[in-house]
Design a protein around this ligand. Structure first.
Ligand SMILES: [Zn+2]
Length: 146
C-alpha cells in the first residue's frame, strides 16, 4: 500500500470515534516494511484520547525506528486535556515519517505539529487532497464544512 492508501485507512478509522465535541481523527502506524503495527482513533479508551496517542499506547516498548504514522489530522502540539501532545509523543519514538491529510484549523489551539516535527528532522507529508474527507467527519465542529 502507498501513502494515500494508508492515509485513507486512517481517515476511515475516524468513523469508530464515539460522539464528541472535539476532533474525530483516525491514525495508523506502519513499520518500514509496510506492516501495520497499530490503529487508533479519538476517544478510543477514554474521551480525552487522541488518535495518534491511542495507537502509540499499543506500541509501548516497540522499536519504531523507521516507522510511519498516518493521521487524518495534523498531530497536535499543545492540548488542554493532557500534558503531552501527540507531536511530543511521536518525537519520543523513532518514527521517521508523519503523513496527515488536514492541517489543524485554529478552533481550539494554534497547532504547530507540522512545523515542530519538521524542525526535529522528521519527514512530514501533508496530503491535502484527502482533507475534505476529514472535514466531512468533523462537521459537528463550529466553522467546519466540506
Ligand atoms: Zn493529539
Amino acid at each position: 500500500m502507498n501513502d494515500h492508501e494508508h492515509l485513507r485507512r486512517a481517515v476511515a478509522l475516524a468513523g469508530r470515534c464515539p460522539p464528541s465535541s472535539t476532533f474525530r481523527v483516525g491514525a495508523v502506524v506502519v513499520d518500514a516494511a509496510g506492516t501495520t503495527l497499530a490503529l487508533g482513533w479519538s476517544g478510543r479508551r477514554d474521551p480525552a484520547d487522541h488518535a495518534e496517542e491511542s495507537a502509540l499506547a499499543e506500541l509501548d516498548g516497540v522499536d519504531l525506528t523507521g516507522a510511519t504514522i498516518y493521521s487524518s489530522l495534523e498531530p497536535c502540539s499543545r492540548r488542554a486535556s493532557r500534558p503531552e501532545s501527540c507531536t511530543g509523543l511521536i518525537l519520543a519514538t523513532g518514527i521517521a515519517r508523519v503523513v496527515y491529510a488536514w492541517r489543524e484549523p485554529t478552533l481550539f489551539v494554534d497547532c504547530e505539529g507540522d512545523e515542530l516535527l519538521r524542525a526535529a528532522g522528521r519527514e512530514v507529508h501533508e496530503l491535502a487532497e484527502l482533507a475534505h474527507l476529514v472535514r466531512a467527519a468533523n462537521t459537528h465542529l463550529p466553522g467546519v464544512d466540506t
